[in-house]
Design a protein around this ligand. Sequence first.
Ligand code: ADP
Ligand code: MG
Length: 361
Amino acid sequence: MARVLVKDLTKRYGDVVAVDRLNLEVKDKEFVVLLGPSGCGKTTTLRSIAGLEDVTEGEIYIGDRLVNDLDPKQRNVAMVFQSYALYPHMTVFKNMSFPLENARIRKQEIARRVRETAELLQIENLLARKPSQLSGGQRQRVALGRALVREPTVFLMDEPLSNLDAKLRVHMRAELKKLQKDIGVTTIYVTHDQVEAMTMADRVALMDLGLLKQFATPQNVYSQPADVFVAGFVGSPPINMFDCDLADEGVLDAGEFRIPIPQPYRELVAKANTREFTLAIRPQDVVVQREPPAGDGGIETELYTTEPLGDVVILDLKVGDRLMKVVVSPNFDIEGTTRLWVRFPERKIHLFDRKTGWILH
Ligand SMILES: Nc1ncnc2c1ncn2[C@@H]1O[C@H](COP(=O)(O)OP(=O)(O)O)[C@@H](O)[C@H]1O
Ligand SMILES: [Mg+2]
């Protein structure tokens, strides 16, 4: 059983709070991705779990063991970094077996483990080569293999794909995900790339400025963002956001347009101790049409430009001085028109407290 439990972890470097009272429970065999912009504390969190940093406050458990005072070797974790230096003068076999030789494991056992791991990673036929004779993706596999032969209880990866070209990255994403499930090793993976996080993770932990903003499945993070940062970080094109104030008579006033408070939020807005909100809606959720909708709720916009992507088209629409993006099918007919009307389905609207950034709940 190798669950990882992080309790109230804080790491300060002088005045900089790199990680701020982080709580995280990673289940046995789970694939958790730490996602967030550069500098939000992902690497520091990972290094703290690995034992490469002394934590300022908090506790880290691996399995049922408190590991705060254990050094990295005793924790039995393996870590793969963005820049994985293979030993250039050693063969692939030697690169992979080297960490085991240091751990004084019997030769036969070493050979068995290297062979098995190489098979898993499909690099059996490369064992005799030197790193200079490998492609970028093959080198990355060897780096993974070198970590995996140690049969760690926890696998930590810090942006391991970011040095690969885009195509290979997409390929390795799927490979790594499959591999993780095949071996069933508890994994914590760091990236700033939302697509990588969403496609690979069982659960995503979103961090900003050292704080955990949301820890949930990719689907949940996308459809029920807990705060305005999460809403803006996940999803492509980015979610549309409008500042709006509570006007009288149950209406939200965004300046450029006014809409009735969405039904799911009526009570929450009434009992909120603010009148200032941020309304957000995904480009995929906006309904657009050529005619004004019957009744109220339609917002008139001007077609600013279109961005065809093949499978979908992004419409850039001007609402007053503001631009919003709407994703439509390539069949959507915009011939001969510059006026379009949009509507926000009530259940697709997200409403945040503008001061705290948290979703109304
Ligand atoms: N050794 C260090 N000394 C001082 N500040 C550091 C050190 N390592 C990281 N930091 C700071 O801590 C914060 C978090 O850094 P890091 O964990 O590397 O972020 P991420 O991996 O999400 O980009 C940043 O503000 C960074 O500048
Ligand atoms: Mg980092």
